[in-house]
Each structure stands twice: as structure tokens, then as C-alpha cells.
Design a protein around this ligand. Structure first.
Ligand code: SD4
Length: 291
């Protein structure tokens, strides 16, 4: 059995690419990296990679992660500028003995040394979004949560290896140096080939409060189906945040177990996600809010 699940409609072309590789017996690491790169390279997705929306200072700072569910190796970069494919840099870092999460200049230095492609990731389109937003901000208070959407994926290959990866420009108009949940293990992603994996999109500051990706994997390890695990973790944590803080940020989680069964839960209306599993063509689905 093989399969791949990803957050948001934008992942479909990436999922199709991964499907081609997995069908041929390809490795879950190669397939997920290729799928995420597809999203990173597409300039019209304004929250991932090239064309991602900038921070307060009009700089595109990107976060990405990669995890291998066999070895539990993790690599991640945060607030990295001017490199084309953060997910590949994260994957390379996952093979290091130490220094697995690098931020800003340190991450850029590593990427340069390893020969990764330098690229100005700020597009004219993103610049226009930024200027328009600045103008709006004269009238209204700055709310850095708009124009988001992380790509997060969980992948299973036919040998039973599982991987997880994320990539994002984080929140539009975030502060310079702000790091979200996406490069943080257990929050934005987690995978264990003995069980399954999960990944998050939403307000990183809130996702991190609950380590929601890890919680879903933990629930799957207790025997829950990925759908039950996602629903239980998201509903529980959404309730906790509302009780304690009066509100909960957007949170949408995807998961897959090592049998290729998958699940999704969200506290927003209309969360889209893409799935391809053996015997089922790649497709995009849309959730409805239940509570
Ligand atoms: C972050 N979780 O940086 C990301 C943003 C995101 O849907 O996923 N938005 O907080």
C-alpha cells in the first residue's frame, strides 16, 4: 500500500507528481520532497515558496521541515531568505548528526555551502499585495493573519516507509524572525513509520500550544483511526483554547497511518485537502465545519 495526503487544493499537482513516483515503487522521501517542491515553485501560491507573501519588512522569510518516519530524523529551516526550495534544504539537514533546525542567516549559510539555488523569492505580485495591505492598515488595525496556507504532507511508500514535510511563508505581515509551527516537530508535523503521521496548517501560535500533530500520532498509536484521531485532537484542543483564552485560532490537520488510511479535521469552514492512495486517483476534498 502507498499513499499521500496534503493540506489545501494547491497541493494537487504535487500529489499527482508523487503518485507517479510511488506507483513505481518510489521512496517516500523522494516523493514527498518532489511534491512539496512543486508547490514551492508555483508563483501564484502566495503562502509557500516562490511568490510567498512577505513579512512586515517586505522580506519573504520561509519555514520548512522534513521528517523520516523510519529513523525519526528531522531537518528544518526557519525564517530563511533567498533560497528556492526550503523543503530540500530541510531534508538535507535531516541527514546531519546535529544542527537539525537552523534559522535565518545560519540556514542560509548552510544552504549556500551545500550548493542550493539562490533565488529572490519576492515576486511583483507579492509586492503589490504588501503595498495594498499597508494602505488598508492605515484605516484598520494590523492583523497579521491573512493570506496564509501552509503545505503539509504525509506520505507512505510501498515498503512501509513514512515521511512528513511542510513548507510555508508563514503569516503575511509577520514580524521579522517570527517562526510558526511548520518547522517545529510535534506541532506542524510528526511521523513515525510504526504508526503514521500528521501535519497542520493554521495559526501556528495556537497549533504550537497543543503540539497537535504529535497528539494525533499518539492517538493513532493507541489504535484510533486517523479520522477519529484528527477529530478528537482538534475538537479537544479547540475547546481547551476557547475555555482558557476565549478563542481558538484556525487549525486544520491531516493524517495518514501506515496502512494508508487517512483522516482530516478542522475548526474552520471549507478546509481543502488532496489525497492519493493506491487504487484511488488523486483528488481534492473540502470539509464542512461540524461544530
Ligand atoms: C504558520 N501555520 O506559520 C503557519 C501558517 C499557516 O494556514 O499554515 N496558515 O503559522
Amino acid at each position: 500500500m502507498w499513499g499521500i495526503i496534503a493540506t489545501w487544493r494547491m497541493a494537487l499537482e504535487g500529489i499527482e507528481k508523487a503518485e507517479g513516483m510511488l506507483k513505481e515503487g518510489g521512496d517516500a522521501g523522494d516523493a514527498i520532497e518532489a511534491a512539496v517542491r512543486e508547490v514551492e515553485d508555483f508563483p501564484f501560491y502566495k503562502s509557500v515558496g516562490y511568490g510567498g507573501l512577505p513579512n512586515e519588512e517586505m522580506e519573504v522569510e520561509l519555514d520548512a521541515a522534513y521528517m523520516d518516519g523510519d529513523t525519526l530524523d528531522i531537518g528544518a529551516v526557519a525564517a530563511i531568505k533567498d533560497f528556492a526550495n526550503p523543503v530540500s534544504i530541510a531534508r538535507r539537514l535531516s541527514k546531519e548528526q546535529a544542527n537539525n533546525l537552523l534559522v535565518g542567516e545560519g540556514a542560509e549559510k548552510f544552504a549556500h555551502k551545500e550548493g542550493f539555488e539562490r533565488k529572490n523569492m519576492l515576486t511583483d505580485r507579492a509586492r503589490i499585495h504588501y503595498r495594498n495591505r499597508k494602505k488598508e492598515m492605515v484605516q484598520s488595525e494590523l492583523k497579521p493573519y491573512s493570506g496564509h496556507d501552509t503545505v503539509g504532507m504525509v506520505c507512505l511508500d510501498s515498503k512501509g516507509k513514512m515521511t512528513c514535510a511542510t513548507s510555508t511563508s508563514g503569516l503575511f505581515m509577520k514580524k521579522k524572525g517570527r517562526v510558526g509551527d511548520s518547522p517545529i516537530s510535534g506541532s506542524g508535523f510528526y511521523v513515525d513509520s510504526k504508526v503514521g503521521g500528521a501535519s497542520a496548517t493554521g495559526l501556528g501560535e495556537d497549533v504550537m500550544k497543543g503540539c497537535v500533530s504529535y497528539e494525533i500520532v499518539r492517538l493513532m498509536a493507541e489504535g484510533l483511526h486517523p479520522q477519529e484521531a484528527c477529530e478528537k485532537a482538534v475538537a479537544h484542543f479547540d475547546r481547551e483554547l476557547k475555555e482558557r483564552r476565549g478563542k481558538a485560532g484556525d487549525m486544520s490537520l491531516i493524517a495518514m497511518n501506515n496502512k494508508g488510511e487517512w483522516g482530516v479535521a478542522t475548526n474552520i469552514e471549507g478546509f481543502s485537502f488532496a489525497v492519493a492512495v493506491e487504487g484511488q486517483k488523486p483528488a481534492v476534498y473540502l470539509t464542512k465545519q461540524e461544530n
